[in-house]
Design a protein around this ligand. Structure first.
Ligand code: MG
Length: 352
């Protein structure tokens, strides 16, 4: 079958400037990929590259022509195994670019099977979990206001970014504004192991569920120290990138945060999830700040995980793609009747 492929950069302004411990941004840059066959069936995916993992929209756009010509050479995007092997021979790494192509091929394959992607995988839509909503770093008062907004919108699980000198004040303000919410915190590597252990004491008192990436990924012994001496379970995000990281993550953390953009797409993510389970880890599915053209694929994997942090599209001022409905964090797979990931351009005039 002959295929046409294309890609397009998206500049996506955020609802609020998004800040974490190591920086902030007002715009997310994604790259959408489309793979179309002779019959007009199109698979859609997207890359949300992260400079922290060595990718930018420029590196994605540099490698996509080679990835996509490999897909054209295979000629059949439903042959996901062969496509993965061919992509691996083109160039190593570049996981977000690889994920964009992999998501597009999965979308295509499920569309060809005339099934939503979760059904194509045989997953149970009733086993969905609720996604957290992220409260990015800001002044304490603005974080309190954003928390109120999220609670009023119905979110029951909040993920609070930390890594400032006023972390305790922030979490007290968030707890005050959301007395009944489940709260998780993410320090994005900002603490020393001793600080992290001390912080878990008052975080536990404030009813926080777990702490994500308290110390730098380069310090696995520090992660282990926090897990052994701290008062809360520890999730690994920056420490948990590829399949090969899983055994060590299991030594130093309780939860593995798996993201399509870190590992290279849905096939590899399923391997990480299985390996994490085999090593006794709980699993969280996370995301970057990304369009539904990418994140919809992650929503279909939710029945396989314990925790979801899949709010990337909700942080955008406007997403040109719609995907799986996530009202107030409820990942509603059963509502997806369209085949594939369900990602499609928002009808113009429909977005207001
Ligand atoms: Mg994180």
């Amino acid at each position: 079958m002959s295929l046409t492929t294309e890609f397009e950069r998206l500049e996506l302004p955020l609802e609020h400037e998004f800040a974490i411990a190591r920086g902030s941004s007002a715009v997310a840059e994604n790259v959408v990929v489309r793979i179309t066959d002779d019959d007009g069936v199109t698979g859609v995916g997207a890359a949300a590259p992260s400079a922290h993992y060595g990718e930018t929209v420029e590196t994605v756009e540099a490698v996509l022509p080679d990835f996509l010509s490999a897909v054209e050479d295979v000629g059949d995007p439903t042959n996901l195994q062969r496509i993965e092997v061919e992509l691996a021979t083109v160039v190593r790494d570049n996981p977000a670019a690889r994920a964009a192509v992999s998501i597009a091929c999965h979308d295509y394959a499920a569309k060809r099977a005339d099934m939503p992607l979760y059904r194509y995988w045989g997953l149970d839509p009733a086993r969905t979990v609720e996604s957290s909503f992220t409260i990015g770093l800001d002044t304490t008062e603005r974080m309190r206001a954003k928390t109120r907004e999220a609670v009023n919108a119905g979110y029951g699980i909040l993920k609070v970014k930390l890594g400032t000198p006023r972390d305790r004040e922030i979490v007290e303000a968030v707890r005050d504004a959301a007395p009944d919410a489940t709260i998780r915190v993410d320090a994005n590597e900002a603490w020393t192991p001793r600080e992290a252990v001390a912080n878990t004491e008052w975080l536990a008192d404030l009813g926080v569920e777990f702490v994500e990436q308290p110390v730098p990924a380069e310090n696995p012994e520090g992660m282990r120290f926090v897990r052994e001496h701290g008062a809360l379970p520890v999730a690994a995000d920056e420490s948990c990138v590829t399949l090969a990281d899983i055994p060590e993550v299991a030594e130093v953390a309780d939860v593995a945060n798996v993201k399509l953009m870190k590992c290279g797409g849905p096939r590899e993510a399923r391997r990480l999830i299985a390996a994490a389970r085999a090593h006794g880890l709980e699993v969280m599915l996370g995301c970057m700040v990304e369009t539904n053209a990418a994140i919809a694929a992650a929503h279909h994997l939710v029945p396989l995980v314990d925790y979801a942090d899949l709010d990337g599209s909700l942080l955008l001022a406007e997403d040109p793609y719609e995907g799986v409905p996530v009202p107030a964090g409820h990942v509603d797979l059963a509502a997806v009747e369209r085949p594939g990931t369900g990602a499609r351009p928002v009808e113009s005039g429909d977005s207001s």
